[in-house]
Design a protein around this ligand. Structure first.
Ligand SMILES: Cc1cc2nc3c(=O)[nH]c(=O)nc-3n(C[C@H](O)[C@H](O)[C@H](O)COP(=O)(O)O)c2cc1C
Length: 380
């Protein structure tokens, strides 16, 4: 078992063991066996009774696919684009914090695996590797996730830093005016292990000391409460957009009216997300929220969705509901905990081949052929 206080040599899955894993849920089991219980509780948990966490998964499962037959699918392409960025298939690694709590190589292992697979990584602002190091190791686009915290001067500096590092877009997370109450974290005594640093949020002063505040305490509210602010409004989105030429994508919406306001305030993309069921317990599943938002924004900006995507066929379902691409959070962490870069690569490969096979079985030779009627065919 990995001791997250001093991660050194986790007992990693061998190549043969990785090749024998076919389902993301098997990865979760394998990761659980390798992770410190506190780290596993932080990664796996949702808020409250975890209703929304469960709903996310169940809602994708409930969607039947009315496949087409007698379509020539001998030459298929899963490739697509998102804001002009190339994707080998419609998947991004969602922003998740603290990758070094899963594996000593942390975000570097993740970004290298994403590069090998040809998909973008969204780097969390709460990463344990700096944005500069991650971008230097990247061979596919890196997007940067951020919160607007109370120190707006610091936000401005961070935006400049992210631009200089070479990130291709910003995902602004807006579903966290306060942190959800994640009971598993509280029970397991979640804290940031002392050997890890949330490097992007440290401000280096001339003496080399770090700030703006530490990240001590137990539970996410105490530990990371200083990174978010409860007084944001749409004006802050306009302000962020005015600071940068990078596209700003707003992450964490479930309502069509909010999506329209976000677009009017400068958003160049939307992520339908409930933070993987970690914020408001009782929020709708993202599969329920997605079609309303996709219909409202009507192709003006791309719509991404995350939450409970665990199979390639879920990507097909999301595209049929109007998404341009999907993100996965926990599956990446499970792959990382099992075997670092090859583990993340195997997770992505499982989804890529399942998506490709599902496209063929549904009678779709291209991503553009994945249309709404696959879920609701008209009567003949
Ligand atoms: C352990 C963990 C840490 C996360 N950290 C962040 C974060 O730093 N910023 C953010 O916007 N979302 C964060 N999220 C939410 C993810 O970006 C994403 O919305 C969610 O994980 C998708 O659901 P899934 O895990 O079911 O795929 C985190 C999720 C998890 C599980």
């Amino acid at each position: 078992m990995i001791n997250t206080e001093q991660v050194k040599n986790p007992a990693e899955c061998t190549a043969a063991e990785l090749a024998a894993i076919f389902q993301i849920d098997e990865f979760e089991h394998a990761a659980r066996a390798r992770l410190d219980p506190m780290a596993f509780a932080y990664f796996v948990g949702g808020a409250g009774r975890e209703l929304t966490l469960e709903r996310n998964r169940a809602a994708w499962d409930a969607l039947s696919i009315w496949y087409r037959v007698m379509v020539d699918v001998s030459r298929r392409s899963t490739a697509t684009t998102l804001l002009d960025l190339p994707l080998s298939f419609p998947l991004l690694a969602a922003p998740t914090a603290l990758h070094k709590m899963a594996h000593p190589e942390g975000e570097l292992a993740t970004v290298r695996a994403c590069g090998e697979a040809g998909i973008p990584m969204v780097l969390s602002s709460l990463s344990t590797t700096s944005v500069e190091e991650v971008c230097a190791a990247a061979t596919a686009p890196v997007l940067f996730q951020m919160y607007i915290g109370p120190d707006r001067g610091f936000v401005r500096e961070l935006v400049n830093r992210v631009e200089r590092a070479g990130c291709r877009a910003i995902q602004l997370t807006v579903d966290a005016p306060v942190w959800g109450l994640r009971e598993r974290e509280m029970r397991s005594g979640f804290h940031v292990p002392p050997h890890l640093r949330i490097v992007n949020l440290e401000r280096i002063d001339p003496q080399g000391a770090t700030g703006p505040t530490g990240h001590t305490g137990v539970g996410i509210s105490e530990t990371l409460g200083w990174t978010i602010s409860p007084n944001l409004s749409w004006k802050d989105l306009e302000w962020l957009c005015s600071l940068t030429t990078l596209p700003v994508i707003v992450k964490g919406l479930c309502r069509a009216d909010d999506a329209l306001t976000a677009v009017r305030s400068g958003a160049r993309g939307i992520v339908v997300s409930n933070h993987g069921g970690r914020q408001l317990d009782g929020a709708p599943s993202t599969a329920d929220a997605l079609p309303r938002i996709a219909q409202a924004v009507a192709s003006r900006v791309p719509v991404i969705v995350d939450g409970g995507i665990r199979q390639g066929v879920d990507i097909l379902r999301a595209l049929a509901l109007g998404a341009t691409a999907v993100q996965i959070g926990r599956p990446i962490l499970w792959g990382l905990a099992c075997a670092g870069q090859p583990g993340v690569k195997r997770v992505i490969d499982i989804l890529a081949s399942d998506f490709d096979r599902s496209m063929a079985l549904a009678g779709c030779a291209t991503v553009a052929a994945v249309t709404r009627d696959l879920l609701r065919p008209s009567e003949a």
